[in-house]
Design a protein. Structure first.
Length: 609
């Protein structure tokens, strides 16, 4: 199939309306026709928050933004009392050149500065939550620190100039974190004027480029709709007439995004565990705000879709550790960080969303995952949901198999939205809180061609790679073409002694991969039937780090045993070095078993413990 035809098919799959929105946005910004180019405002000077009368001295507060902060949950950056340099990439020490220019003149990817996310991270305002917590826990400190940093940010980032005004979603995250900070400090009902002015100038930035956010069909749209609803209702409460319009606009798009982007089984359009958390935390903040202001409830459709999304994440999180499969794109985003739990601990988000939308808790035990309720002054339900079970999330392409201490996720293609990784028929295996067979993750959106190809590619997943290429052709940094479709999906079987499922796809080159998985209390069996390739097919199993030894085709670490047999000659069995990224911009080595064949047939993998 020619590249032109692939691009045309992909354009249709993305949606002509979405492409038109993106084109209109880009032309409008470039030519000045978009009103965002004509925005002008004066930065507020503060104070933004008053001293709070709330008594919360006994509550544990996050240690982040005290003497240090962990960027993306991993990279330690020291913190001083003085505000940070808002235009500095602390991971490489490079500062944005000419940060005083209009945001739309700044390039998306600057090789000198590095990943722009490193610039944006400090301007997401999660530190406002940390400083609010600290001010309530230590009354002697008060909100002076919080006000000084906000005043400095406003001075160093004048409205609509510099990299921190470049993205509507980043502006939206600031609005949401400011709103939650006001909830923590009990100042959402009567905010100070400077805070109102700060919210106002953010909503003015978000609205003109809203169509671009919606065209992405991802969390840009949910975040910006949430900011308009939360910020708009806040301004309306303060007597600003345009606030009501923004509130209505935000509510309409929140309803639209929930209905469009969340499938009836809870799967989300981005096919990503972490982006699913971002979306769910966004809706949790919206619902918290709605409750606090006594606003009308959302529709039954909205409620059912967000309930399904909460259940989806709950089902895929390991209760012992709070960790989850590293499936899909992961840019290090984490919203509403009110606890000192690790970045990869999803339990605070799961517990909050299940309580808000199901009126049940996910976890009966006490733990740090309950702290958000205390800080936001929300009731914790007494009822507890049933433990997750074997099930099929067919709308999104996930089969979940569970035994007593073990669970497995089979990822198969159901791409109604653009896939970010070539991970068809990837298997993720967990036992007793340990990720035995694992996904490589993402690493970075702005790195060398080698890593941009590797991490989203087929070679970084537990699946089969045909003829040394990805399952789908890469068209750009964030886009694959020839989206795969499952031609057959087996129903999930859940018996007392085993659970099983399977799926099949045919790629654009005519290669066929049929995978059947069977999980028991003693181990895993995977049957792969392969055909249609020209030269070779490579089956990969990405293992937990450890002392693995390969002897006569059998791989063992002393506790676990893995072997691959088949009805066809196996050309090569080799234990090689691979890479994984559990945190954004971080990568470590992992052992990978590669099994290569040159003819069509069946391979059987046995993994026993």
């Amino acid at each position: 199939m020619s590249l032109l035809i692939v691009k045309a098919k992909t354009a249709v799959a993305l949606g002509i309306g979405n492409l038109a929105r993106v084109l209109t946005y880009r032309v409008g910004v470039k030519t000045g026709l978009n009103p965002v180019r004509r925005l002008e405002a004066v930065a507020p000077v503060g104070p933004f928050f008053a001293e709070s009368t709330r008594q919360a001295c006994a509550l544990p507060y996050t240690s982040q933004w005290n003497t240090q902060v962990r960027y993306f949950g991993y990279w330690v950056c020291p913190i001083m009392d003085a505000p940070p340099d808002w235009h500095l990439n602390p991971l490489n020490g490079v500062r944005v050149p000419n940060p005083g220019q209009e945001w739309w003149r700044i390039p998306d990817f600057d090789a000198g500065v590095g990943d722009i996310k490193n610039i944006w991270e400090a301007s997401r305002f999660d530190w406002t939550l940390a400083f609010a917590q600290k001010s309530l826990s230590d009354k002697a400190l008060g909100v002076g620190h919080l006000n000084r940093w906000l005043a400095d940010w406003c001075e160093q980032n004048p409205p609509y100039f510099g990299p921190n005004w470049k993205c509507g979603q980043e502006a939206s995250i600031r609005v949401l974190h400011l709103a939650m900070t006001a909830v923590v400090l009990e100042q959402f009902a009567n905010p100070l004027q400077a805070l109102v002015d700060l919210i106002l100038l953010h909503l003015k930035r978000i609205e003109p480029t809203l169509s671009y956010a919606m065209a992405q069909d991802n969390n840009h749209g949910t975040s910006e709709a949430a900011a308009l609803f939360v910020g708009g209702s806040w301004l309306a409460q303060c007597g600003y007439p345009e606030g009501k319009r923004w509130q209505r606009l935000g509510r309409r798009w929140l309803e639209n995004r929930a209905a469009r982007l969340i499938e009836s089984d809870g799967s989300f359009s981005q096919y990503s565990i972490n982006y699913h958390r971002v979306m769910l935390d966004t809706f949790s903040m919206v619902e918290t705000w709605r409750i606090k202001l006594g606003l009308a409830a959302f529709s039954s459709m909205f409620q059912s879709r967000v309930q399904a999304a909460a259940n989806w994440l709950y089902s895929l999180v390991d209760e012992q550790t709070g960790d989850a499969p590293n499936i899909g794109a992961n840019d290090g985003a984490r919203l509403l960080p009110l606890t000192d739990t690790d970045y990869r601990d999803f339990r605070p988000s799961v517990q909050l969303s299940m309580a808000l939308f199901f009126n049940k808790r996910a976890y009966a035990a006490e733990g740090l995952w309950n702290l958000p309720f205390a800080w936001l002054q929300l009731a914790i339900p007494s009822a507890v949901v049933e433990p997750p079970s074997t099930q099929l999330f067919d709308k999104g392409g996930y089969a979940l198999l569970r035994r007593e201490q073990t669970f497995l996720v089979l990822r198969y293609p159901r791409f109604r939205f653009r896939p970010s990784q070539a991970d068809a028929l990837h298997v993720d295996l967990w036992r007793a809180g340990v990720n035995l067979l694992r996904d490589a993750g993402t690493y970075s959106y702005n790195t060398t061609a080698q890593w941009l190809k590797y991490f989203p590619g087929t070679a970084s997943h537990n699946t089969v790679q045909f003829d040394g290429r990805d399952q789908m052709p890469r068209l750009s940094r964030f886009l694959f073409g020839n989206w795969l479709r499952s031609h057959k999906v087996e129903r999930v079987i859940d018996l007392p002694d085993l659970a099983s499922c399977g799926a099949t796809y045919i790629d654009g080159e005519g290669c066929i991969h049929a995978r059947h998985v069977k999980l028991t209390d003693a181990g895993l069996q995977v049957r792969d039937e392969l055909s249609g390739f020209k030269q070779c097919a490579i089956l990969r199993w990405r293992l937990q780090p450890g002392n693995w030894q390969l002897d006569d085709g059998v791989l063992t670490n002393g506790l676990h045993r893995l072997s691959v047999t088949g009805n066809i000659p196996i050309v090569r069995v080799e234990l090689v070095q691979g890479w994984e990224s559990r945190y954004y911009l971080q990568k470590t080595e992992v052992p990978v078993l590669e099994v290569e064949v040159a003819s069509s047939g069946v391979l059987i993998t046995e993994y026993n413990w």
